[in-house]
Design a protein around this ligand. Structure first.
Ligand code: PAP
Length: 317
């Protein structure tokens, strides 16, 4: 896998976490437009170019998330749903490319490589992704009719997933990672501001912003995949439902199947020796955080979250 396509890579500090415990600047984060941006990997100039030049089309589809919320999974589902009449599951490009390569990030890939990329030859609907918070999206997206699917996840599982990634580079106490998260100092954080931006837009413009949760996808992937397909404007026909197409897509995009694909077993994120499946497909479970965070830590973050989300109607179990 190419380096610039990796969302994880962009969260990777240019200083090892252990040498920079609890210091956002030291691990390569920069405050920009009200959020912490991993600027060592996502230059703010690429965000500015995206905001300035990107021209959204009404049928664009944008996958949005914070790192570790389920982006890779959602990209696989979106790609498969939208392209199911062009590719069978045996010849889908997902068999030879990581989902991040098929749905590229604006800020990490496209505008980092070119300040004004030419998208005129990309067939509709164009599929893009971003880890940027809603307020930082290009105005043309906000003023168009395009669709945004936002995925979020229990923040404790996000912290643990993030910490595991950093551990691949260097050992780092989970407590330090957690402390920074509590202060909102993580790539694209604060968590609460990121999630609230998309939550509020999903209430304001429900036909343009779909708010998904990792846990809901885990609990009932078939129902959520149908919901996703409808939102995207690619609903499953009765015939497709009868013939098991939805289940086949769900199975293909499952944790086990994607993790075991040769491309993810052997494909590597550049600048690392780690295969994609170690970085993007770790355990894929809900509630793994109980093995890493103390009940006291959980309660503390819950109190912070309750205050930050108060009045929004948004809650996390
Ligand atoms: P990214 O930001 O680096 O792209 P992202 O894909 O958002 O990461 O999240 C990775 C998490 O999703 C990992 O969680 P874990 O560390 O708790 O295990 C990964 O295992 C999980 N994941 C990836 N693909 C799937 C899938 N198909 N089903 C369920 N979970 C998945």
């Amino acid at each position: 896998m190419e380096s610039k396509e990796s969302s994880l890579e962009t969260s990777t500090p240019n200083v090892s976490p252990s040498t920079a415990a609890s210091n956002a600047y030291a691990i390569g984060l920069t405050q920009f437009q009200g959020f912490w941006i991993p600027s060592s990997r996502v230059p703010t100039s690429s965000i500015i170019s995206f905001q300035k030049y990107f021209q959204a089309l009404d049928d664009d589809i944008i996958v949005a998330s914070k790192p570790k919320a389920g982006t890779t999974w959602l990209k696989a589902l979106v790609f498969t749903i939208v392209n199911r009449h062009s590719y069978t599951l045996s010849n889908t490009p997902l068999n030879s490319a990581n989902p991040h390569q098929l749905i590229p990030f604006f800020e990490i890939k496209l505008y980092r490589e070119n300040s004004n990329p030419d998208f005129s030859k990309i067939p509709s609907p164009r599929l893009f992704s971003t880890h940027l918070p809603y307020p930082m999206l290009a105005d043309s997206i906000k003023h168009s009719n395009c669709r945004i699917i936002y995925i979020t996840r229990n923040p404790f599982d996000i912290v643990v997933s993030l910490w595991h990634f950093f551990r691949f580079m260097d050992d780092w106490p989970v407590e330090d990672c957690f402390e920074m998260f509590c202060r909102g100092e993580e790539g694209y954080g604060p968590f609460w501001d990121h999630v609230l931006g998309y939550w509020n837009m999903s209430l304001e413009k429900p036909s343009n912003v779909l708010f998904l949760r990792y846990e809901e996808l885990k609990e009932d992937p078939v129902a959520q995949t149908k919901r996703l397909a409808e939102f995207l404007g690619f609903p499953f026909s009765i015939e497709e439902e009868k013939t098991g197409v939805v289940n086949q897509i769900v199975d293909f995009c499952s944790f086990k199947n994607l993790k075991d694909l040769e491309v993810n077993k052997t494909g590597k994120m550049a600048e690392t020796i780690l295969p994609n499946n170690k970085l993007f497909f770790r355990s894929g479970k809900v509630g793994d955080y109980v093995n890493y965070l103390t009940p006291t830590a959980v309660e503390r973050f819950n109190n912070i979250l309750e205050e930050k989300l108060s009045g929004s109607g948004l809650t996390f179990k």
